[in-house]
Design a protein around this ligand. Structure first.
Ligand code: HEM
Length: 216
């Protein structure tokens, strides 16, 4: 239950963050003003960050303890294990989850603390005297290795979500012959829409469809 509820909190963040980031296609004014509004939340922003952090920690703690419990319940491994129904995504939840965690740590260093790219310090404020988050994102994704790492991170996020969303309904006790496969399909479609939405940003930058608002 805790894994499911914290999962929903994290999914809500992923959707909200995507909608915020997609404003890059509307121009620098939108993204910079969005980032400025978030910063202006002050203590409330810190409360949201603390809430997200607690959700991530609980989500990881309980999934790992569940996995350990499962392993203890069967100390002797199966001699032969055929995965009849388990999908690829479901068998690699721990692996995809841990790589997503590594991606988030890199992402925080990249765009929030801004310690991985010295060019971000050279960016001037935008005409309304706000930090130019728009140009920061564009310069960040112009590096093909950075963009490739983001795309891999988001691929694993989608894989994780594609199974996570259907597990959520099962955790709530919803296990209906007709409804369950439909919910699983909806979960998969949702996860891959998230993937397409997020990856559209580095891809648009790499193809020069989105250009920085200032020269460096
Ligand atoms: C193309 C993909 C993405 C872009 C362009 C992007 C952009 C950004 C930017 C610009 C910030 C810093 C905001 C600021 O300080 O003004 C940020 C923060 C953050 N992003 Fe992303 N992001 C992407 C994907 C993701 C994904 C997939 C996740 C999670 C799974 C994520 C989680 C976070 C978190 C936790 C923060 C910190 C929020 C805070 O400052 O409290 N991001 N992102």
């Amino acid at each position: 239950m805790i894994v499911a509820v914290t999962g929903v909190v994290l999914i809500a963040f992923v959707v909200g963050h995507l909608l915020g980031n997609l404003q890059i296609f509307l121009g620098p004014d939108w993204v910079n003003s969005y980032a400025e509004h978030l910063r202006a939340l002050g203590p409330l922003l810190w409360a949201i960050r603390a809430f997200l952090l607690v959700s991530v920690l609980l989500h990881i703690f309980y999934t790992i303890s569940l996995a350990i419990e499962n392993r203890r319940a069967r100390p002797v491994q199966y001699e032969r294990k055929d995965n009849v129904k388990a999908t690829f995504a479901s068998r690699y939840m721990a692996m995809s989850g841990l790589i997503v965690l590594a991606f988030i740590l890199y992402h925080l260093a990249h765009f929030t603390v801004r310690v991985t790219d010295p060019r971000f310090l050279l960016l001037k404020a935008d005409p309304l005297n706000r930090y130019d988050v728009y140009s920061m994102m564009v310069y960040g994704f112009q590096n093909i290795f950075v963009s490739a790492f983001y795309i891999i991170g988001m691929f694993l996020l989608a894989l994780h979500l594609s199974h996570g969303t259907s597990s959520f309904f099962q955790s709530l006790g919803l296990n209906d012959k007709k409804l369950t496969p439909r919910l699983a399909l909806a979960g998969r479609i949702f996860a891959w829409l998230i993937f397409v939405g997020y990856t559209s940003i580095p891809i648009a930058v790499l193809f020069h469809l989105v250009k920085p608002a200032q020269e460096l």
